[in-house]
Design a protein around this ligand. Structure first.
Ligand code: IDP
Ligand code: MG
Length: 151
């Protein structure tokens, strides 16, 4: 539904490479609604929980360490099927498999520096939004262009 929400984060490499504006621009222009946004230094504890499903992977420790190496821009975006569409906008996990036109396909080359995170399902989006944001950080506002985006 149009009330679908996803969690997106510009990773420390994306922040360092000045990609925050470009990424926000793409989500805004697609027609999604910004519900929350903050620049945060994530703790290792938060990141361990965020990537809990990957805890047995050989790259888990390095991933948690890299993600806590600098600030990330955490966001919540809302709109029709936004979880699925955001994953398409991101591209594949490995930038080498990501098509040009996607964020990873346009701006990066290595899986360990793939500049952006996006929730992979509605269930994980709900978990991640809850993990990264307090309820009072999620803004409720009327998008004045919604009738030009939805019919
Ligand atoms: P996703 O970010 O596309 O959802 P996941 O499989 O959830 O991909 O992995 C989370 C993150 O872990 C990836 O974005 C990437 O930064 C890192 N990662 C995934 N696979 C590898 C790997 O094989 N080597 C190193 N890092 C990886
Ligand atoms: Mg994932």
């Amino acid at each position: 539904s149009a009330n679908c929400r996803t969690f997106v984060a510009v990773k420390p490499d994306g922040v360092q490479r000045k990609m925050v504006g470009e990424i926000v621009r793409r989500f805004e222009r697609r027609g999604f609604k910004l519900v929350a946004l903050k620049l945060v230094q994530a703790s290792e504890d938060l990141l361990k929980e965020h990537y809990w499903d990957l805890r047995s992977k050989p790259f888990y420790r390095e991933l948690v360490s890299f993600m806590s190496s600098g600030p990330v821009v955490a966001m919540v975006w809302e709109g029709l099927d936004v979880v699925k569409t955001a994953r398409k906008m991101l591209g594949e996990t490995n930038p080498a498999d990501s098509l040009p036109g996607s964020i990873r396909g346009d701006y990066c080359v290595e899986v360990g520096r793939n500049v952006i995170h996006g929730s992979d399902s509605v269930e994980s989006a709900q978990k991640e939004i809850h993990l990264w944001f307090h309820p009072n950080e999620l803004q409720s506002w009327e998008n004045s262009s919604s009738r030009w985006i939805y019919n």
